[in-house]
Design a protein around this ligand. Structure first.
Ligand SMILES: [Zn+2]
Ligand SMILES: [Zn+2]
Length: 170
């Protein structure tokens, strides 16, 4: 269902629980679905840049405050958009986007995740790594066994030597 051309979201027009529900799957991780700003279901790279999303803000219906949070979040729904909410939905580390640290976190999370996405290894690379790891583990296990055998053998040899010396003395 599409939103009406003009709508007004305030604490008086929409209950906070409805806002919380509408934003339940908004966020910047793979488990999330929609962009925190535009409210559309979007790919991860778009959702990671939610503050910079070029579309209209779903809360105020306007194309303003691009690069910035929507004032409706702290003003009307502070009980929804909490530190815990932003930690879970935007990985802001316990900060709010209207705090300097929160904005810095946004940039860090965005840039780091986008960089990882760009260099994300393919299935083939991951499989090749897994095979190499398994092979390495197998070799190490074998080497461990060989080492143990050598130690055991050395012990036996030493015992024989000691016995020989004892026999010579006797
Ligand atoms: Zn968006
Ligand atoms: Zn807005």
């Amino acid at each position: 269902m599409s939103l009406p051309q003009r709508y007004r979201i305030t604490a008086n027009t929409i209950p906070a629980v409805a806002i919380a529900d509408a934003f339940a799957l908004s966020g910047t991780s793979v488990e999330h679905k929609s962009c925190i700003r535009c409210g559309e279901n979007e790919k991860l790279w778009h959702r990671l840049q939610w503050l910079d999303c070029p579309r209209k803000c779903v809360l105020c219906g306007r194309a303003e405050h691009r690069g910035d949070f929507c004032f409706r979040m702290p003003n009307f729904f502070p009980g929804v958009f909490t530190r815990a909410w932003f930690a879970e939905h935007a990985a802001l580390g316990g900060w709010l986007p209207w705090e300097n640290e929160g904005y810095e976190f946004y940039i860090l999370v965005r840039d780091e995740a986008l960089r990882q996405l760009e260099y994300a290894p393919s299935t083939k690379t991951k499989l090749a790594n897994a095979i190499a790891e398994a092979e390495k583990a197998r070799v190490e296990k074998m080497e461990g066994k060989t080492k143990k055998m050598k130690i055991a053998l050395q012990k036996q040899l030493n015992q024989v030597r000691v016995r020989d010396q004892d026999e010579e003395k006797a």
